[in-house]
Design a binder for this molecule. Structure first.
Ligand code: CU
Length: 161
């Protein structure tokens, strides 16, 4: 019990310590995570990241309890094929907006531990290079038919990892 209280105090302190960190300077909008058919182990999350500060910031990772692993990914065209790969970071230059979108940068959710139910929200945290974290409630969205094609291709590629 004492241990739990202690870690809560430490967490609180950490939050205070990072109050001026990158997490406070980045605005996230239009975040969503894609609902996937049963048996599909992976999904992806997309969002718009705006850095309104005068400082270059760097996203270095993301965390969520819904999956075994959460990675930052990009899509690149190679030999006429869309391939995705893990990236170590996503740069957020001062004053700029970076889009995480299907076919481009995304947060890959690998090894789902729970069903992603459309309309519900999952907890996700973005991790920045200064160690600060931004907690998000990301809605689960079932993409429309017209948008599903590239998303499915994305999944097929991922199974090859
Ligand atoms: Cu991916």
């Amino acid at each position: 019990m004492r241990k739990i209280v202690l870690s809560m105090v430490l967490l609180g302190f950490t939050g205070w310590l990072y109050a001026g960190g990158a997490a406070e300077k980045v605005m996230v909008s239009d975040a969503y995570v894609r609902a996937v058919p049963p048996g599909q182990p992976n999904s992806a999350s997309f969002m718009v990241l705006s850095n309104h500060s005068a400082e270059d910031l760097v996203l270095v990772g993301a965390e969520s309890d819904v999956a075994k692993a959460v990675e930052l990914h990009s899509h690149t065209m190679k030999d006429g094929m869309m391939r995705m790969r893990q990236v170590e970071k996503i740069d957020l230059p001062a004053g700029e907006t970076v889009q995480l979108q299907p076919g481009g940068l995304h947060v890959m959710v690998i090894g789902l531990q729970q069903k992603l139910v459309p309309g519900e929200k999952i907890d996700m945290a973005l991790v920045f290079s200064d160690g600060s974290k931004l907690d998000l409630k990301v809605p689960v969205v079932k993409l429309q038919m017209t948008m599903q094609k590239p998303a499915m291709k994305h999944d097929m590629q991922h199974k090859m990892h």
